[in-house]
Design a protein around this ligand. Structure first.
Ligand code: FES
Ligand code: FES
Length: 163
């Protein structure tokens, strides 16, 4: 019947500094969804397999069900809500829309966050590199073809914009 001592955590989430009190065992994905109300980050498996919970921690994509919230202390967290905004979508969000890269949409936020990290590291990936880069993200609907096409389109848009 012990009480759990909460731990103070400071994170910058989508550009905003947030102070939280979290249980030591709380997973980052649950804190993001339940304490911060950012439900664009999904939970598909809770065991590191599906990638639905992917977000960026200090600029790199991570499966947030594999990270304790206390491990994010002092870090920058970006979720799908912070990637673009209505009327000013990220090129990947535009491309997933244009190329029909989603059906039910459950995998989509995680897929886009993983793809955004991929394009930061490799701005002009081949089809194989996209498939390999996204292999930690599962989609039960699309067969992946349109997801790959969307990432290729977003890469072309970004490269056009920076050429
Ligand atoms: S919910 Fe994190 S990998 Fe599936
Ligand atoms: S669009 Fe349904 S799981 Fe990917």
């Amino acid at each position: 019947m012990g009480t759990t001592t909460k731990v103070a955590v400071e994170v910058t989430v989508n550009g905003q500094r947030r102070s939280l009190e979290v249980e030591p065992r709380a997973l980052l994905v649950h804190v993001v969804r339940e304490d911060l109300g950012l439900t664009g980050t999904h939970v598909g498996c809770d065991t590191g397999n599906c990638g639905a919970c992917t977000l960026h921690l200090d600029g790199e994509s991570v499966k947030s069900c594999t990270v304790l919230a206390v491990q994010a202390d002092g870090a920058q967290v970006t979720t799908i809500e912070g990637l673009g905004r209505e009327g000013d979508l990220h090129p990947l969000q535009e491309a997933f829309w244009a190329k029909h890269g989603l059906q039910c949409g459950y995998c989509t936020p995680g897929m886009i966050m993983a793809a955004a990290d991929l394009l930061e590291r490799n701005p002009d990936p081949t089809e194989d590199e996209i498939r390999t880069g996204l292999e930690g993200n599962l989609c039960r609907c699309t067969g992946y073809h349109n997801i790959v096409a969307a990432v290729q389109e977003a890469a072309a848009t970004r490269n056009g914009a920076t050429a």
